[in-house]
Design a protein around this ligand. Structure first.
Ligand SMILES: [Zn+2]
Ligand SMILES: [Zn+2]
Length: 70
């Protein structure tokens, strides 16, 4: 697999969109792995820091409503 940007051999895959990336073009972003309600009914996020990210796609922090699909 080759880097999406420069076509060098890829060493990582974007967590969000699946693009392949070389070391020079990889970016990092916190990834929200899960949301749950903890004690006192406080919503909590399980966040994985430094997730591989391509720097191209635009992950959304919240699920997006898409009523037009239906
Ligand atoms: Zn590259
Ligand atoms: Zn991506």
């Amino acid at each position: 697999m080759k880097c999406w940007v420069c076509e060098e051999p890829a060493q990582a895959i974007c967590k969000f969109c699946g693009r392949a990336l070389c070391k020079d073009h990889v970016s990092k972003m916190p990834y929200i792995a899960a949301v749950y309600v903890g004690n006192n009914r406080t919503p909590k996020l399980v966040v994985i820091a430094d997730t591989i990210w391509c720097g191209i796609c635009k992950p959304q922090a919240e699920p997006i409503e898409m009523p037009e699909i239906y």
